[in-house]
Design a protein around this ligand. Structure first.
Ligand code: ADP
Ligand code: MG
Length: 418
């Protein structure tokens, strides 16, 4: 009704300071409020969090948010608390006393959003606790983690459905992801039993992102330093394949007077958290990272994402570049590409099973094709997500320079097929 609509808009302004809903946010929120199941597929930066944060505030009880990463939970909880909303998390970063405190607050009905890691969800005493709590609905963020065809498979995600059903079969569920490939979509629906859910899927076109691919040559470090210096003061992420490379490039940038920090899974969790914080708080300009960094991190003003090495899949590439320009302003995505890197990536597939290797090679093959393409990048990228564009975008390197920079490297393509 108009009344609920006005009320929601008022809450949006009052709590978040936004004057308007974006895209389908309002309909999604209403769907959860009405007790229906919801499946949301929207690109990174579209504003998926609000789709469960708003109903959580509006409904009685505590909303459970299942989220795959500690860093991600902390980021969101901090944000919600800053808005004056009582949000808490339950994960392995808390000690026993802290956990008890959080649980008591939930039982007392003080908490609007409780973020839980999937592995905490499955713990016996947490299950007992959840059965006692007054829960409004369950949100499953980054739902693609349930699928092996996604870019971030988490086996524990497979257990969510049983656990939720053991809590209360009637709880509304909202699953959210930025992964749009049909295979992943099907996996999510099947695993979460969401066949009855209303689907909200929006376009994956990130119009404000400029896509560029450069041939990777000996002068790559110089090119990167130059790019950052020209764009002084802007925040950016540089993705590298190995931890060693991450450290090396972070050092190199520091030596050149650029504030940069490393982030990879080999660092202690407190160092990782401190570095992430420094990046979010603008104490550092550049985050040099492996793909361990970034999922769900809400830094709206990342102005560039550089791939020092080619990613393993187009899906990964889209997710990683998607961290630029979340505020809707321009973002530049530069990938340095060399066919040697593809061979290097393919070597990781050596010890896999035949099926896994074939999957990985197929994904890699699409990546190679994209990198070598002389036509509109956006067209190709959206095509991958099943979207069709009528016209070239005019906002990528190939649209700016219609002649292909290099030809399809037959040798690589053939090597991948064997
Ligand atoms: P996603 O999870 O889809 O990647 P987020 O939920 O992290 O995206 O939101 C991305 C950014 O958009 C955040 O900075 C968020 O505050 C902002 N945002 C979300 N909804 C709105 C809105 N209705 N108006 C303005 N900004 C919004
Ligand atoms: Mg998100």
């Amino acid at each position: 009704t108009q009344e609920t609509a006005d009320l929601l808009k008022e809450k949006l302004k009052e709590t978040f300071g936004f004057s308007q809903f974006r895209g389908e946010q309002e309909d999604i929120i209403k769907n959860t409020l009405s007790g229906e199941n919801t499946f949301v597929i929207m690109p990174t930066g579209a504003g998926k969090s609000l789709c469960y944060q708003m109903p959580a505030i509006a409904m009685e009880g505590t909303a459970i948010v299942i989220s795959p990463l500690i860093a991600l939970m902390k980021n969101q909880v901090d944000q919600m608390n800053a808005f004056g909303i009582n949000a808490q998390f339950l994960n392995s970063s808390l000690n026993r006393a802290e956990m008890t405190k959080v649980k008591n607050a939930v039982i007392k009905g003080e908490v609007k959003l409780l973020y839980i890691a999937p592995e905490s969800l499955t713990k016996e005493d947490n299950l007992t606790f959840l059965k006692q709590a007054n829960i409004s609905f369950v949100a499953i963020d980054e739902a693609h983690c349930i699928s092996e065809w996604g870019h971030d498979f988490r086996p524990e995600y497979r257990r969510i459905r049983n656990i939720v059903e053991s809590m209360d079969k009637a709880l509304p569920i909202i699953a959210l992801t930025a992964t749009a490939t049909p295979k992943v979509q099907q996996d999510i629906q099947k695993n979460l039993n969401l066949d009855d859910a209303r689907l909200f899927k929006s376009s994956f076109n990130r119009k404000n992102l400029y896509y560029e691919i450069r041939a990777k040559r000996d002068d790559i470090d110089k090119q990167i330093i130059k790019y950052i210096k020209v764009n002084h003061g802007k925040a950016g992420i540089i993705y590298c394949l190995s931890r060693k490379k991450v450290e090396e490039i972070a050092n190199l940038l520091n030596v050149n007077g650029i504030k940069a920090l490393p982030y990879h899974a080999g660092l202690d969790s407190d160092v990782r958290m401190a570095n992430q914080e420094a990046f979010l708080n603008e104490e550092t300009e550049v985050m040099v990272a492996t793909i361990a960094f970034g999922m769900g991190i809400d830094k709206p003003d990342v102005r560039f994402v550089i791939h020092y090495d080619a990613p393993k899949s187009l899906e990964g590439y889209y997710q990683e570049t998607g961290r630029a320009g979340r505020d809707g302003l321009e973002g530049t995505c530069i990938m340095f590409y060399a066919k040697e890197d593809i061979n290097k990536l393919d070597k990781f597939n050596k010890d896999k099973t035949v099926v896994e290797r074939d999957t990985a090679r197929m994904l890699l093959h699409e990546m190679v094709h994209y990198a070598n393409l002389g036509t509109c990048r956006r067209r190709q990228l959206l095509n991958y997500f099943g979207e069709h564009m009528d016209k070239d975008c005019g906002f990528c390197d190939n649209c700016n320079k219609p002649t292909p920079k290099y030809k399809v490297e037959e040798a690589v393509v053939l090597a991948l097929q064997t």
